[in-house]
Write a protein that binds this ligand. Structure first.
Ligand code: FEO
Ligand code: CA
Ligand code: CA
Length: 749
């Protein structure tokens, strides 16, 4: 998504607007003493002065050949040291920086052709045919091994299918800078030809990638290549399929919809399919200025407002203005028809977005499915608890908007070993993803917590005064309202989740929250609590930002029942902070200059090495460094200490907030591995199963380029990857990069 903390964000981005005004309680600060060991602060570390080499846009820097932790060229197993690389320094350069001994190269950028017959990308705003090109804003990503006869393989490490989310496009006032000649049209109505490009660059890519003669490339003419866009036909699956809430002019029986939007985090199912989270979809729709009255101010208005669409609010790109064709009209979700059920207009269209969708990467003939049982909200990643034969599966998910919730889905079906290699992957998906229980998290001040089931049989939901739920489909479609009803904990923007393969603990990035306050003064602000304990001010350049500016990473240990546990314990693995920030209220994890970061977003555990990779999408520390990626070796819930934050209140006196923070990282357990280009977010990460090739996405380089400067590349905030020798032109392009270790070792050693 866009720069997380940017105060100038327009209001169609979920991050910028809190729609959660429900009065769920903050925590009391009554606590047991759980762990009281005082941490021993580390001594200072010499700053690694990592030089950026040369003028190419992908650079190796940092330590030299004398790095005693380098793995051997043979196998690396006996001498390799996890996090043995030399940390890279913070950087503002227009280049992707990786440690010495590593190589990064560009693989697949915005506009790259997916058919032999599609022309090379000119990158000057004249390109068309985006249904057959890479989409924009590469985000979450998964890899599916491919055998020589085109079948799924978990062993193959030199050929596979990459499934890549294309979240959005770099924009300013309706238009998209880099897709159109002169930057495109910034007033309504917008030309259909521009809209057609923009709908096509959203969605998902499936591309074949292959290593030939030690070089990774995507295969332009592969029969596996495919795209889903904002207009693709997609099935509704799960409890909401066929429900009255899903009826539209396009699907009068409520069983399908068009398109997937703002695809952000991802998941890989244990049966080999791709999961993609629809995040900030609501901003693409528009309602007329009198639509509340047209709807008779019925409960749909409550739902629309809770999900970020007030009447008269402008849409992000004005796609509804392209003409009378249905593919434009469907973005106007006003009640315009005369039917009682919505079968003659698009009043229910927004209920078709906001899901985890499942895609079979190996078979493009199979329809993608929106798995409504997992709830409708601003989805990020979907991470699976350990698949244990005889037990249900658990999927952990966050809702990325200020003061939204963390969720868990537990399947009704139980896992068997044979489910890992099904003959029909989508049918296996039906079994595990369409029936089960959806829970929301409540974090208690004593370091424990509950998973509260979102069920129509729960009296708090069935009798909720704010919104009259009709049935279980209504509960999952309006999961946020159900979470409000049961008093779930309002979090600091839950982004990705990841499950530690070593111990099964679940990590959640909470990227930041500009609405967190010690003493709230507006209806959208929330007070600090144990799981979201920080609120402070930070200066970026000449701008002051308030709230939980730098974000934190929370982790959960399930109770003895594992995947189906209803209780858990938690602590904060790490707090993001600038290394020089106040150690008592801000830099609580005592990060050093080699480790400090802001706004954690992507989080992926490597199945090969167990390294926890943390990626940032920051708007707070970007006066000092571009966004980055760190490698971490975390411990476990409870390995740190209880901390009490003492805030001074305006009227005098102190507010004491207790929290739990994990063991402080050391140079051996947290290290900066990569720094991206100006304006970019670093996101999406997947490795080959041997851990020796890593794919990472650089999203929206040059994002803050002013539209007025579209014809002056010298004023672009980034010219990457053109400046790295990849492709034509200097307009910046989101891209997937490949990282390998020069000695053939595993990534992160
Ligand atoms: Fe698309 Fe919340 O990041
Ligand atoms: Ca700062
Ligand atoms: Ca994200």
């Amino acid at each position: 998504m866009k720069k997380s903390n940017d105060l100038s964000l327009p209001d169609f981005n979920a991050e910028s607007v809190s729609h959660n005004d429900s009065p769920n309680e903050s925590f009391s600060s009554v606590l047991d003493t759980r762990l009281s060991r005082r941490s021993v602060l580390r001594g200072g570390l010499a700053s690694a002065a990592a030089a950026v080499f040369g003028s190419v846009g992908l650079s190796a820097c940092g330590g030299g050949d004398d790095d005693d932790s380098a793995s051997t060229p043979q196998a690396g197993a006996t001498t390799e040291k996890l996090l043995g690389f030399q940390a890279v320094s913070k950087s503002l350069a227009d280049t992707v920086v990786v440690p010495a001994g590593y190589t990064a190269s560009v693989l697949y950028a915005l506009g790259d052709p997916l058919r032999a017959s599609t022309a090379a990308y000119k990158n000057d705003g004249t390109d068309t045919d985006f249904e057959n090109r890479a989409g924009d804003h590469h985000d979450g990503m998964e890899l599916y091994g491919l055998s020589s006869d085109g079948r799924p393989s978990t062993e193959i490490v030199d050929r596979g299918l990459l499934a890549i989310n294309h979240e959005a496009t770099t924009d300013e006032r309706l238009s998209s800078h880099f897709l159109h000649v002169n930057g495109g049209t910034t007033t309504l109505p917008r030309p259909a030809a521009e809209i057609d490009k923009e709908t096509a660059i959203h969605g998902i890519s499936i591309i074949e990638v292959r290593k030939t003669a030690n070089k990774w490339e995507y295969v332009q003419n592969s029969a596996f290549n495919s795209r889903l866009t904002a207009l693709s036909d997609i099935e509704i699956a799960g409890p909401a399929r066929g429900n009255a809430l899903m009826v539209t002019k396009y699907s009068v029986n409520g069983t399908k919809t068009r398109g997937t939007l703002n695809n952000c985090g991802t998941g890989k199912t244990p049966w080999g399919t791709f999961l993609s989270g629809e995040e900030n979809w609501f901003g693409y729709f528009v309602r007329g200025t009198t639509d509340d009255a047209a709807r008779g101010n019925d409960k749909s208005v409550v739902s629309l407002r809770r999900y970020g669409r007030t009447q008269g609010q402008a849409s992000r790109h004005g796609w509804e203005s392209g003409g009378t064709d249905d593919k434009y009209a469907r973005w106007n979700i006003s009640k315009l028809g005369v039917s009682t059920n919505g079968s003659d207009d698009y009043r229910n269209e927004m209920n078709g977005m906001g899901y985890i969708i499942e895609v079979d990467p190996y078979d493009k003939s199979r329809s993608a499915k929106k798995r409504t049982a997992l709830g409708r909200y601003a989805h990020e990643s979907a991470s699976f608890g350990k698949a244990v034969p005889g037990q249900p599966l658990a999927i952990y998910m966050g809702d990325d908007a200020r003061n939204e919730y963390i969720y868990k889905f537990v399947s009704a079906a139980t896992w068997t070993a044979a489910d890992a290699t099904p003959t029909d992957r989508m049918t296996t998906g039906d079994r595990f993803l369409d029936a089960g229980k959806l829970y929301v998290a409540k974090f208690n001040a004593d370091g424990g917590g509950q998973w509260i089931e979102l069920s129509i049989t729960n009296p708090a939901i069935a009798a909720y005064a704010t919104y009259a739920f009709a049935d279980q489909a209504d509960v999952v479609v309006n999961a946020r309202l159900a979470g409000d009803a049961v008093g779930a904990t309002k979090m600091d923007r839950p982004e990705w989740s990841g499950v530690n393969p070593l111990n099964g603990e679940i990590y959640f990035t909470l990227t930041n929250n500009s609405d967190r306050r010690v003493e709230p003064t507006t209806s959208s602000q929330r007070g600090v609590d144990s799981a979201n304990p920080r609120a402070y001010t930070d200066v970026r350049g000449s701008t002051t930002q308030s709230g939980n500016v730098n974000g934190h990473i929370l982790r959960v240990k399930e109770g003895p029942a594992g995947n189906s546990a209803l209780t858990f314990t938690w602590d904060v693995y790490m707090f993001g902070a600038e290394s020089a920030a106040n150690p008592d209220l801000v830099n609580l994890s005592k990060l050093t200059g080699e480790q400090d970061f802001s706004s954690p977003d992507g989080l992926v555990f490597s199945p090969a090495t167990g390294i926890c990779w943390v990626q940032t999408d920051d708007g707070a520390y970007t006066d000092v460094t571009n966004c980055m990626m760190l490698a971490a070796l975390p411990g476990q819930v409870g390995d740190g200490q209880k901390l009490t934050l003492n805030y001074t209140k305006t009227a005098g006196g102190t507010l004491a907030i207790d929290t739990y923070v994990g063991k402080n990282p050391t140079p051996e357990t947290l290290k900066r591995f990569l720094v991206g280009t100006p304006g970019c977010e670093v996101t999406g990460l997947v490795e080959t199963s041997d851990g020796k090739t890593m794919f990472v996405n650089i999203q929206h380089p040059g994002e803050n380029t002013a539209l007025a400067n579209i014809n002056d590349p010298s004023k672009y905030t980034s010219q990457w990857p053109g400046n790295a020798g990849y492709g034509a032109g200097r307009r910046p392009r989101s891209a997937t990069i490949v990282i390998t270790k020069n000695d053939g070792g595993r990534i992160g050693t």
